[in-house]
Design a protein around this ligand. Structure first.
Ligand SMILES: [Fe+2]
Length: 259
């Protein structure tokens, strides 16, 4: 069974590359499941039914969320109530589900604690939730701190199939498979790569200089990148994995690991 995971798809530049490359990658790498994080897909903030349909039609099967899941609350609630997207497990009483399960796979959407909305402790929740299974268990751990991500790996190593980080928008080069668990601290953005985490640079720079808040905006034109991970598994056990970086002109495999 082959899985392809795309991290934070940020706005139109991210969606454009997903539409360009995903159908080809699905065929070329014989992909059974495509998982993607949607939380920045609608101009950087949340998701709408229109954007959902666009990404869905490009070939995404399972949608994971994060701290921006409810930025467009009405639209997000509609999609959650229709069971089309997941929201992170941390939210106490929010509608919708935080995991997808079928006969082959369990996909979990969870957030960290540091610099994230107040909610349930994902370490305690996942430690209790993860049970012995023959299915591939994939966790999108949407977290700010690298140490939190490593700590979740240390806690669940050997008990889940894959833990892949999202949220920072900056890809890390620490892909590994250890004790039958694949781990990557952060997959990195699918969107603009030449500004500040996918947003026009002026607002974050003014914010850093003044301490005041400014509206963050996705650029119309930028150098964009798509970053995704392909995992080949034998049921629940990840056997091989590689990361792909793609732009408008082509793609390259940048990290590759074996069991
Ligand atoms: Fe996030």
């Amino acid at each position: 069974m082959n899985i392809l995971f795309i991290g934070d798809i940020v706005g139109k530049p991210g969606r454009k590359l997903v539409k360009k490359w995903l159908p080809q990658f699905k065929k070329e790498f014989n992909i059974d499941y495509v998982i993607a994080n949607y939380e920045n897909a609608a101009h950087g903030f949340g998701i709408t039914p229109k954007v959902y349909n666009e990404i869905k039609n490009a070939g995404v099967d399972i949608f994971t969320g994060g701290n921006h899941t409810f930025d467009k609350k009405k639209e997000a609630l509609q999609l959650l109530e229709e069971g089309k997207i997941l929201r992170p497990l941390n939210y106490f009483d929010a509608p919708g589900g935080w995991y997808y399960e079928d006969e082959n796979i369990i996909v979990i959407s969870a957030m960290g604690i540091f610099s994230m909305p107040y909610g349930k402790n994902p370490f305690i929740e996942l430690n209790e939730f993860i049970k012995e299974t023959k299915k591939f268990v994939f966790i999108d751990f949407h977290a700010e701190a690298t140490a939190e991500k490593r700590a979740l790996f240390a806690l669940l190593k050997g008990r889940v199939s894959a833990i892949v980080g999202t949220h920072t928008h900056i890809g890390t080069d620490d892909l590994e498979i250890t004790d039958n668990t694949l781990y990557l601290t952060d997959i990195g953005i699918t969107g603009c790569r030449d500004n500040v985490i996918g947003m026009k640079s002026d607002a974050p720079v003014k914010h850093m200089l003044s301490g005041l808040k400014y509206h963050f905006d996705v650029p119309d034109k930028c150098k964009s990148i798509m970053q995704c991970l392909v995992i080949e598994s034998d049921g629940k056990i990840p056997k091989k994995a590689f990361k792909i970086k793609a732009d408008e002109n082509g793609y390259e495999v940048v990290q590759r690991v074996n069991e």
